[in-house]
Write a protein that binds this ligand. Structure first.
Ligand code: G3P
Length: 217
C-alpha cells in the first residue's frame, strides 16, 4: 500500500519524507488556503521534496478552463497529478489529460457508480472520501470495498486512493480491502507508529541495558 501525505505543509512533508515511507502527496484548495502560500510556489517545493505523485487540484468548473489550469499546473514538475472533481467536466478533462499521458486524480468521490465513471474515464487515481461519509453516519469503508470489487471485475488500472482519512482504523481497513493508496494527514501517519506496549517494552529494554554497563561499539 502506498502512503501519501494529505497536506501542503512542507515542513511536515519534509519530516515524514525522511522516514522513507512517503510515496506521494495530495493537496486541495482548502489545504492550499491553510498553507497561506502561493499554489505554484508551494506545489513546486512539494515536488522537490517527494519524487512520487503530487496532486494539484484545478479550481475551474468547465472543461476548457480545467484544461487551461491543468496546463499551468502540470508544467510545475514531472510528478504532478492533476486533481479534478467528479463532475461531467471533470471526467471530460480526465479523459483528455490521461490520453495525453498526464496523471489524473479524480476527487470528491462518494459512490461506487462515480468511481466506475472515473475508471471508464481513465483516471490514474480515484479519491473516495471515507471520513466525510463517516461524518454523516454512513459506512465510508463499504464504499472502498465496492470500488475494489468493481475495479477488479473489469481490470480497471485506476488506483484506489483512499482519502478523507481520519484515524488509523481507516488505514487498516483500507489495507485489508486492498486499496492501492491511503492519503492521510501527517498526524494520522504518526499515529500508525504508536502502541503503548511498544513504548513500555522499549523503555524496559533500555532500562535493563543500562544495568549491564555496556555500550555497543
Ligand atoms: O484531500 C482530499 C481529502 O483527503 C480531504 O479530506 O475530509 O479531511 O477534507 P477531508
Amino acid at each position: 500500500m502506498k502512503f501519501f501525505v494529505d497536506t501542503a505543509d512542507t515542513d511536515a512533508i519534509r519530516e515524514l519524507a525522511e522516514t522513507g515511507l512517503v510515496d506521494g502527496v495530495t493537496t486541495n484548495p482548502s489545504l492550499i488556503n491553510k498553507s497561506g502560500r502561493d499554489i505554484i510556489e508551494v506545489t513546486r517545493e512539494i515536488c522537490e521534496i517527494v519524487d512520487g505523485p503530487v496532486s494539484a487540484e484545478v479550481v475551474a468548473t468547465t472543461h476548457d478552463e480545467m484544461m487551461r489550469e491543468a496546463e499551468v499546473l502540470r508544467k510545475i514538475a514531472d510528478n504532478i497529478a492533476i486533481k479534478v472533481p467528479l463532475t461531467i467536466d471533470g471526467l471530460k478533462t480526465c479523459k483528455k489529460l490521461t490520453g495525453d499521458g498526464t496523471m489524473v486524480n479524480v476527487t470528491l468521490c462518494f459512490t461506487a457508480n462515480q468511481a466506475l465513471l472515473a475508471g471508464k474515464a481513465g483516471a490514474s487515481f480515484i479519491s473516495p472520501f471515507v471520513g466525510r461519509h463517516d461524518d454523516i453516519g454512513y459506512d465510508g469503508m463499504n464504499l472502498i470495498s465496492e470500488i475494489r470489487m468493481i475495479y477488479d471485475n473489469y481490470d480497471f488500472p485506476t488506483e484506489i486512493l483512499v482519502a478523507s482519512i481520519r484515524h488509523p482504523i481507516h488505514v487498516l481497513e483500507s489495507a485489508k480491502i486492498g486499496a492501492d493508496v491511503a492519503t492521510m494527514p501527517p498526524e494520522v501517519i504518526l499515529k500508525l507508529f504508536n502502541h503503548p506496549l511498544t513504548k513500555s517494552g522499549l523503555d524496559a529494554f533500555l532500562a535493563d541495558w543500562e544495568k549491564t554497563g555496556q555500550t555497543i561499539g
